[in-house]
Write a protein that binds this ligand. Structure first.
Ligand SMILES: Nc1ncnc2c1ncn2[C@@H]1O[C@H](COP(=O)(O)OP(=O)(O)OP(=O)(O)O)[C@@H](O)[C@H]1O
Ligand SMILES: [Mg+2]
Length: 451
């Protein structure tokens, strides 16, 4: 609490000095002036956290000073001191943004309590601000890793559209970074100080989702015991991220369209329409275009959503990024787990590059996190990788079900031939992959007349 700057404005000399003494003694960095004009002069040159002002002053009064202070910086806190019997002055000061008031006559203990309470509020505000800065830092583009051409295109689009009001549709398989991109857009935009509210459209049924998004009025349905504000209202001026947009039902799609087209929302069970402004970012791993063709997604809504499209490529289509992503996660998890692993072996990098990554970057992140925990040496080796990576892709070696193969015997034969091909006819390695020992492999091969 120490170190906060407080300005005292009081024309009564004795009172002025008394306040200065008490506030300074509490450890605050306090200054005192005897008029509103002088106070304004000071406020312009010094960043104060709090102004404590008497209402009755010789020139501009406390209320005018309050207004001018808030105009200069709405975050400077203000306490007004006013005579007993003028409570309405105090109330109207609170309405104009004062944090608190003190009625004269008061004792210094009362003053101390009010100031302390107000400064706690300031502390909270500042720590929120710090948190917000941290969040912003977390979602700057530096955290979206990738140097492939596909990712360069993504960065370029984000940069071009971040401040616009355009709706953005983010397409990509699971784990490709859709949410990461949505946050990057918001936290790098001019709306960064406004709310960013993500909603998972797949997690709620249509009715609940409608009430979550647009709010409801008391009695709209069983369980609606009071009015509830929806996310569209809560996010006013900021961003709503509609995750898994492909999962919303056709009824809600219509409501959505109206909200997007004229910024009008209607709480469930209400006749009243409200105007809101929010920026919409939507994401899906479904092919909305195909859904439009099948009739399960409204065409007009689709065109509303895809003003800007960001296609996030699956990891297997940008294998050149695997190395830097892996090192990025290694750095992160190594630090997080107090490990001193700085490198990834060449063999591991090759295995990572040869894998197909159905779970995309999330899967890579998980594998590197796991490896960081399991690794005992100072570089990531094959030993700390899970079997999916270290076992050759057996399954993909088998062709899809073939009509020519009917019996298990035929299938075994084909499978053994595949595995032998894969290992360059090395029977020891082949038997290991097949999960049997070498002599069993020989026996089976004899029985199937494969020699
Ligand atoms: N380019 C990237 N650079 C660094 N980390 C990334 C990148 N892309 C994704 N990640 C990380 O991978 C994980 C999954 O990303 P995210 O949750 O954004 O994926 P998603 O596309 O929303 O997946 P889902 O469809 O399953 O919800 C997150 O931990 C995210 O930080
Ligand atoms: Mg997601």
């Amino acid at each position: 609490m120490k170190g906060y700057k407080i300005l005292i404005v009081e024309d009564d000399q004795k009172m002025n000095q008394g306040l200065l003494h008490v506030i300074s003694k509490e450890g605050y960095d306090a200054q005192a002036v005897d008029s509103g004009e002088k106070a304004l002069e000071k406020i312009k040159n010094t960043q104060f956290d709090l102004v404590i002002s008497d209402f009755k002053l010789p020139g501009i009064n406390g209320m005018e000073l309050l207004k001018a202070t808030k105009r200069h910086d709405v975050n400077i806190l203000f306490i007004i001191i006013t005579a007993y019997g003028t409570v309405d002055t105090a109330v109207s000061a609170m309405k104009k943004g004062a944090e608190d008031y003190i009625l004269k006559p008061f004792d210094m203990e009362e003053l101390r309590v009010v100031v302390k309470k107000t400064m706690e509020k300031r502390e909270l505000f500042l720590s929120n601000l710090r948190l917000q800065h941290q969040l912003q830092k977390k979602y700057t583009f530096e955290n979206i890793i990738g140097t492939s051409e596909a990712m360069m295109t993504v960065f370029k689009i984000i940069n071009n559209i971040k401040d616009s009001k355009a709706t953005v549709l983010i397409n990509g398989e699971t784990g490709t970074g859709k949410e990461l991109v949505a946050r990057a857009i918001h936290f790098n935009s001019d709306k960064a100080s406004k709310p960013y509210l993500p909603v998972n459209c797949a997690a709620l049924n249509e009715n609940l989702l409608a009430s979550e998004l647009f709010g409801h009025v008391k009695g709209a349905f069983t369980g609606a015991v009071s009015d509830k504000r929806g996310l569209f209202e809560a996010a006013n001026g900021g961003t709503i991220f509609l995750d898994e947009i492909g999962d919303i039902g056709t009824g809600l799609q219509q409501t959505f369209l109206r909200a997007l087209e004229n910024g009008e929302i209607q709480p469930v069970g209400s006749f009243e329409r409200k105007k809101v402004w929010v920026r919409i970012l939507a994401a899906t791993n479904k092919n909305l275009e195909a859904m439009v063709e099948q009739g399960s997604f409204r065409k007009d809504l689709y065109y509303r959503l895809n003003v800007v499209i960001i296609d996030l490529p699956p990891l297997r289509k940008r294998k050149g990024d695997i190395g830097i992503l892996a090192h990025h996660f290694l750095k992160q998890y190594s630090a997080q787990n107090n490990k001193n692993i700085k490198r990834i072996s060449q063999e591991v990098l090759r295995l990572l590059e040869n894998y197909d990554w159905p779970g995309n970057i999330r899967e890579l992140e998980n594998i590197i996190e796991r490896a960081t925990l399991f690794e005992v040496s100072n570089e990531i080796t094959k030993n700390s990788l899970p079997p999916v990576l270290t076992m050759p892709p057996l399954v993909s070696g088998i062709e899809p079900f073939s009509k020519d193969i009917k019996s298990l015997e035929q299938l075994s034969k084909k499978h053994i031939i595949n595995v032998l091909d894969m290992t360059g006819n090395n029977k020891t390695q082949a038997s290991k992959l097949l999960g049997i020992d070498r002599s069993t492999l020989w026996r089976i091969m004899n029985r199937l007349k494969m020699n």
